[in-house]
Design a protein around this ligand. Structure first.
Ligand SMILES: Cc1ncc(COP(=O)(O)O)c(C=O)c1O
Length: 397
């Protein structure tokens, strides 16, 4: 069992933080790495030639190397962006489509991996899932599919998609694959070379890094066909009166002064996760998820969404209490025991509407490396208290 609470200063407040799918907490080492930049070598990068500007550039590029190591990519395949949303928009805006093309996605997607595709004037085919969130029919992928844009892990159900199989089928049809790794990269070992995906998007703030920084992985050989979304300083070889030549590699996509401290912080977060070991993190979360599901299942009035088999999911557990508004449940968890969860639609309205039929939304508890079994016990106890409170209220009415 991991015991990492001490690494996260915010947890000194005795919080029970079960909202890591929304954003994770930040360990001391990440805060310190950013402070070191601000205190000792705060300068812009790729512009000036004095010593601390070079030091800042070195730290920024070192961060890129560490992210590359984390997902087994080459450094020049790692592009710093603001977040998963921006990364997906770069690909959706950058690909060229013809009239015969279609785009394939799934009903599981976060709006970030949905809106950028439906806004393009090309048919979008949506793979539906079963009641537990599993997808198995990939016949919508055909020779005219330009791209399959799919999440690796659902941010509502925690269900893992059969990503390897999908990538294989997509490539047999000459389609590209974009993997939304926002909920997988922070929680399990990812090897983009082994997966063979073409694009991957993820956010720093969900993996112990700061907000305002994320990653777009683009296979080296595909960078030629994806233009940058925004233009400006730092991305050009040469500029003439009416034309310009772009640089090659990640710099092409990083116009303007980037989020330097945040990139350095994210690089440190990658080191922190690698030091603990992604497999250890996954095992820890599996153990806690199993316990959480077991105990929640014992409570009559709780409806759990997603796979019953814990091995098919990560540490995201969405549920409802019969007869209660999810926002009320979340509010009570916070009020009674300082337990933080998310309630609502989790930016996945189509999934709630068409599969879960949870028209008021759901309550989502999501785990990470700093959670422990005591927190699960307190969470379950508090859910029981909330249900008893509801029953007593009903009786007295
Ligand atoms: C699966 C998934 N994709 C995309 C996003 C969007 O991430 P961001 O808000 O960091 O762009 C999220 C955030 O919750 C997510 O869970």
């Amino acid at each position: 069992m991991l015991n990492l609470r001490k690494d996260f200063p915010i947890l000194e407040n005795n919080y029970i933080y079960l909202d890591s799918a929304a954003t994770s907490l930040t360990p001391n080492c990440v805060i310190e790495a950013m402070l070191e930049y601000y205190n000792n070598f705060r300068a812009n990068i790729g512009r000036s030639i004095y010593k601390i500007a070079n030091k800042a550039l070195e730290a920024y590029e070192e961060a890129r190397n560490n992210i590359a190591k984390l997902i087994n990519a080459k450094s020049n395949e790692i592009i710093f962006v603001r977040n998963t949303t921006e990364a997906i928009n770069i690909i959706a805006n950058g690909l060229e489509f013809n009239k015969e093309n279609n785009i394939v996605t799934t009903i599981l997607e976060h709006h970030s991996n949905y809106l950028p595709w439906i806004k393009i004037n090309i048919p979008v085919r949506i793979i539906m899932c079963d009641n537990e969130g599993e997808i198995s029919d990939f016949s919508l992928i055909d020779k005219n599919t330009k791209i399959v844009a799919i999440t690796h892990v659902s941010n509502v159900l925690g269900v893992k998609t059969p990503i390897k199989e999908i990538i294989k089928i997509a490539h047999e049809n000459n389609a590209f694959v974009l993997v939304d790794g926002a909920q997988s990269v922070p929680h399990m070992k990812i090897d983009v070379k082994e997966l063979d995906c073409d694009f991957m998007a993820f956010s720093g703030h969900k993996m112990c890094g700061p907000t305002g920084i994320g990653v777009l992985y683009i296979k080296e050989e595909l960078q030629e066909i994806i233009p940058p979304l925004i233009l400006g300083g730092g991305i050009i070889e040469d500029v003439d009166i009416n034309s310009f030549i772009l640089r090659k590699g990640p710099e092409k996509y990083e116009a303007g002064t980037p989020a330097i401290a945040e990139a350095i912080g994210l690089g440190e977060a990658a080191l922190y996760l690698m030091k603990i070991g992604m497999n250890n993190i996954e095992e820890h979360e599996k153990y806690l998820t199993r316990k959480l599901l077991e105990k929640l299942n014992e409570i009559d009035d709780v409806i759990i969404y997603g796979p019953k088999d814990p091995s098919k999911r990560t540490g995201i557990v969405s549920f409802n209490i019969r007869g209660m508004d999810p926002n009320d449940v979340a509010e009570k968890l916070d009020k009674i025991a300082n337990i933080m969860v998310r309630s609502g639609f989790h930016c996945a309205i189509p999934l709630h509407k068409y599969i879960l039929k949870a028209y008021e939304g759901t309550v989502r508890a999501s785990l990470y490396l700093y959670n422990n079994i005591d927190e699960i016990e307190i969470f379950i106890e508090t859910i029981r208290k909330i249900i008893n409170g509801k029953l007593n209220k009903n009786k007295s009415q």
